[in-house]
Design a protein around this ligand. Structure first.
Ligand code: PMP
Length: 365
């Protein structure tokens, strides 16, 4: 068996230890005589798996007691509709900060449910930066303010945590799509009303959506909200109103345990800083490659980069693949290359990429 360095934006590489443990437990989970996929979601074995996963996530992110953790389905794109349906309550509007393709998509979906107001947008600059909070212009009475704190496609990450108290609007709950950087860095959950993300980048298999929501925001859903997507129903039923994605929750739980063994979020954040620095320092030092994102807002997780001579793109992709470095093609809307270097990508993988890039530049430059 040989495994590649996988730079996919998601579904993405998982820690090898986790995959090995899952393989060992595939036929018989800890003496249960069956695998996790075959268990009743209400049985004592799976209940213990789900409870441990939730407790470990709560510990890793220091989620305060007045927040509920929900294991849902539908992915982050479904949340673009589920969020307004749950949080609008008596309001008829919500505010959006648009920093790239994902928040733009969220805004578009919200317009089906409410008046969605653009509080700030980085579109004029080609989505290469995050507007400072002092430039955000909130509407009078929004149900919430939506942000995407790591734009996976553009490679733009907030260099600050949204904090509406700092601009005198503490009453407006902040919603954040953290799909592509959850658990990669410390986040102060108490600054947000709701955090959400698909699991398939930093957590586990696709099919699981994590929602972390402040308790006072439950019970505000609009009548048309599907019961299975009503946060209060999901919370009241311990994420088991309907059958949850049990296997994805199990793998997520193994990833949380792995993360704890790495030393938790602070330790993985230090590694992520080192990985990103290695790659961006090389990009900055080379005139063969370039990053277009404002250096202050460069994502530690998703690194889009360009070859100065774009006619070499296909050769770069073919040769990198032959060298065991895969999924480096940039998103079609951005072009160029993109290396996604989530928690499970070790420094050695980024070093292998930089070594290849240096060698390629020396041969073709
Ligand atoms: N938001 C962000 C920031 C993402 O990176 C993605 C997936 N790439 C999505 C939303 C959409 O997620 P899903 O396909 O799971 O609905």
């Amino acid at each position: 068996m040989s495994r590649v360095w996988n730079f996919s934006a998601g579904p993405a590489a998982l820690p090898e230890e986790v995959l090995k443990q899952a393989a060992e437990e595939m036929l018989d989970w800890q003496g249960a005589g069956m695998g996790v996929m075959e268990m009743s979601h209400r049985g004592k074995e799976f209940t213990s798996i789900a409870e441990a996963a939730e407790a470990d996530l709560r510990e890793l992110m220091a989620v305060p007691d007045n927040y509920r953790i929900l294991f849902m389905q539908g992915g982050a794109i479904a949340e673009n509709a589920i969020i307004p349906m749950n949080l609008l309550g008596q309001h008829d509007s919500a505010d959006y900060v648009v920093t790239g393709a994902w928040s733009a998509k969220s805004l578009k979906e919200a317009r089906r449910y409410c008046k969605a107001h653009v509080a700030a947008s980085a579109e004029a600059g080609g989505f290469t930066s995050v507007p400072a909070m002092t430039e955000w212009s909130l509407s009078d009475d929004p149900a919430y303010l939506f942000t995407c704190t790591n734009e996976t496609i553009g490679g733009v990450e907030y260099p600050f945590e949204p904090d509406l108290a700092a601009i005198g609007r503490a009453e407006v709950p902040v919603v954040a799509d953290v799909s592509s950087h959850i658990l990669s860095r410390a986040m102060d959950v108490s600054k947000y009303g709701l955090l959400f993300g698909g699991a398939q980048k930093n957590i586990g298999p696709a099919g699981l959506t994590i929602v972390i929501v402040r308790e006072d925001l439950l019970g505000r859903s609009v009548p048309a909200c599907p019961t299975a997507f009503d946060y209060k129903t999901v919370a009241d039923n311990g994420s088991m109103y309907n059958t949850p994605p049990t296997y994805a929750i199990y793998i997520a739980g193994l990833v949380f345990q792995w993360l704890k063994r790495q030393g938790g979020v602070a330790a993985i954040e230090a590694q992520n800083i080192a990985k990103a620095k290695l790659l961006y320092d090389y990009l900055d030092a080379s005139d063969f490659y370039a990053s277009k994102v404002d250096p202050a807002c460069r994502s530690r997780m998703n690194v889009p980069f360009f070859l100065a001579d774009e006619s070499l793109n296909e050769v770069f992709l073919a040769e990198s693949k032959a060298a065991g470095l895969v999924q480096l093609k940039g998103h079609k809307s951005v072009g160029g290359m993109r290396a996604s270097i989530y928690n499970a990508m070790p420094l050695a993988g980024v070093q292998a990429l930089v070594d290849f890039m240096r060698d390629f530049a020396a041969r073709k430059g």
